[in-house]
Ligand binder design. Structure first.
Ligand SMILES: Nc1ncnc2c1ncn2[C@@H]1O[C@H](COP(=O)(O)OP(=O)(O)OP(=O)(O)O)[C@@H](O)[C@H]1O
Ligand SMILES: [Mg+2]
Length: 270
């Protein structure tokens, strides 16, 4: 595996809930850490699923609310037994959304603070809530790269376009008079099963969004639907460590090889 050139902030986002964001964030983080990469997971969802995905080996005093509101970089980094660090969600009442909304630099402070942490990490992966909101905006604006799972059993290409691409369009004016940029968006066909319906949705997504000018790259890599992902979550383990489910690891490796993460692909291709 080649040495990474720059550290990178990857935001896993979708305007739809339950599409696989947290699962993907945790497992991509776990796999990158297994390659010796320094990984920070950031739970920017008020429902703290990522925060409890892996067992903590050290719990910091606070998490994302403390980071954002207090600018506290020193007491917000926990560690997990999967080899990733974690900024957990410490906002049980969901007040952070309002805070972000009503604070002048609310939507841009996350980017500023995470950029301060970049020298310590190769990858910072942000998990977001599956609905439009100011904190999701902040996570999107912080990203160097956006990754959006598109589950083939529930969502048509049109819904995806309306939701996630619409959210990016809404943020576009923020880039006009600032140095902010909206990162490139990668769409990942996700939880793909062997049904005809999944094949139809896959084709629909590729036809509608696969071309140039759509604002999104639909990846060749796909993540199949498999029980392995649920088993890994139950056992609180990265899915690539479940040796009886090699396909899950292979699909994640294919994803990693295709994303512009700075790997040459050597040693990553299945
Ligand atoms: N590849 C997969 N195959 C089968 N099931 C999966 C796969 N990935 C995730 N799941 C399951 O799909 C469900 C939703 O996943 P997850 O919680 O990661 O979605 P989410 O987008 O983070 O949801 P939310 O918007 O509520 O935060 C979970 O039960 C998870 O175990
Ligand atoms: Mg989630």
């Amino acid at each position: 595996m080649q040495i990474l050139q720059h550290s990178m902030i990857l935001t896993i986002c979708s305007t739809k809930g339950g599409v696989g964001k947290t699962t993907l964030t945790a497992n991509l983080g776990g796999l990158l850490a297994s390659f010796g990469k320094r990984v920070l997971l950031v739970d920017a969802d008020v429902q703290p699923a990522l925060s409890s995905y892996y067992a903590l080996t050290k719990q910091a005093e606070g998490g994302i609310a403390r980071l954002l509101i207090g600018g506290d970089l020193a007491n917000t980094i926990s560690t997990t037994d999967a080899g990733c660090d974690l900024i957990y969600s410490d906002d049980p009442e969901g007040k952070l959304q309002d805070w972000v909304l009503h604070t002048p630099d609310g939507r841009t402070r996350l980017k500023y603070l995470l950029n301060q942490l970049k020298p310590n990490y190769d990858f910072i992966l942000i998990d977001t809530q599956g609905a439009v909101g100011p904190l999701q905006d902040a996570a999107v604006l912080a990203a160097d790269l956006l990754l959006s799972p598109i589950p083939t059993e529930t969502m048509s290409a049109r819904e995806f376009a309306r939701g996630t691409l619409g959210m990016l369009e809404r943020l576009q004016p923020m880039t006009h008079y600032t140095t902010l940029q909206i990162a490139p968006l990668y769409g990942l066909l996700y939880r793909v099963d062997r049904t005809r319906d999944a094949a139809n949705v896959t084709r629909e997504v590729r036809d509608a969004l696969g071309g140039e000018g759509s604002g999104i790259t639909i990846m060749d890599a796909m993540i199949p639907a498999a029980v392995a992902w649920r088993e890994a979550a139950t056992q609180r383990l990265p899915v690539h460590t479940l040796s009886k489910h090699p396909m899950a690891k292979l699909s994640l490796m294919a994803l990693m090889a295709e994303l512009p993460l700075g790997f040459t692909g050597e040693g990553v291709q299945p």
